[in-house]
Design a protein around this ligand. Structure first.
Ligand code: NAD
Length: 268
């Protein structure tokens, strides 16, 4: 068991984190587990790997960890994921909408099926999990929804029509649901990270490296230099700790907002 100082802050809360088999989602699940939550993981992963990730997380956090393989493009499976959480753990206190994919292309070359997939996974999935979770949260008079948007929820970059549209949409959805739940003990917020070095970004670094004939590390430095004044990648735990803060009592009156963790990206 870890000595982490956040341990216990969210003791016995139940957290569902979508897209948490990798990258940012897995990091958030870990920080929530360390803060005392039982956790439901979700994401695309083979069975053996799921067992390994679940066992490791449960051991690190000393909490119960379950997995549900709902596909975030399928509304009925997203509802099942929320109901599974309530059935297994008796509540769904914290929902972190994190699942996301990226596709880059000029708008006139953007494959419509990629547009549909990015919007479904990065935006519509949050609508479906929220509409399923809110009645349970309202019954308890307590709930926390954290939507993992992006710097691209606030500003745009070329070649990212679907992603930027989805993330701006997610920030808008955050505000609406915050207003609708303002008197219920539920808070709804978005986190807008800059570059985080996860598999989603590693692909963009590789694409840049092969396009410009440079090394992976040179491409990573270029990627940061173009957008992120701190010139360092955001750490997964920096996002996880912000989720824990938003879920804590200290943040009970923070709702409908977007918190940037972007090394100054959107200050420019
Ligand atoms: P990642 O590729 O490491 O993880 C994505 C997760 O989503 C994985 O667990 C994957 O299995 C899951 N997923 C993808 N498609 C799914 C589907 N159809 N059904 C269920 N799960 C699915 O990516 P990441 O960088 O950790 O991104 C997590 C979130 O953070 C995304 O919403 C992304 O847009 C956002 N974000 C990332 C960065 C960054 O720099 N990496 C910056 C800002 C925002």
């Amino acid at each position: 068991m870890t000595e982490d100082k956040t341990q216990g802050k969210l003791l016995n809360k139940v957290a569902l984190v979508t897209g948490s088999t990798s990258g940012i989602g897995l990091g958030i699940a870990r920080r929530l587990g360390l803060a005392g939550c039982d956790v439901v993981l979700n994401g695309l992963m083979d069975t053996e790997e799921v067992e390994r990730v679940k066992a490791q997380l449960a051991e690190t956090c000393g909490r119960k960890v379950l997995y549900h393989g709902a596909d975030m493009t399928k509304p009925s499976e997203i509802s099942e994921l929320v109901e599974f959480t309530v059935l297994q753990f008796g509540a769904v206190d914290i929902v972190v909408n994190n699942a996301g994919i990226q596709h880059t292309a000029l708008v006139e070359e953007f494959p419509p099926e990629k547009w549909d997939a990015v919007i479904a996974i990065n935006l519509s999935s949050a609508f479906h999990s929220i509409r399923s979770a809110i009645p349970h949260m309202k019954r308890k008079g307590w709930g926390r929804i954290v939507n993992i948007a992006s710097a691209h929820g606030l500003v745009a970059s070329a070649h990212k029509a679907a992603y930027v549209a989805a993330k701006h949409g997610l920030v808008g959805l955050t505000k609406v649901v915050a207003l609708e739940t303002a008197e219920t003990g539920i808070t709804v917020n978005a986190i807008c990270p800059g570059w985080v070095r996860t598999p989603l970004v590693e692909k963009q670094i590789s694409d840049r490296a092969s396009r410009d004939g440079i090394s992976q590390e040179a491409a990573a430095i270029q990627l940061l230099a173009a957008k992120q004044p701190s010139k360092r990648f955001v750490e997964v735990d920096e996002i996880g700790d912000t989720v824990v803060f938003l879920a804590s009592d200290a943040a009970a009156n923070i709702t409908g907002t977007s918190i940037s963790i972007d090394g100054g990206w959107t200050a420019q």
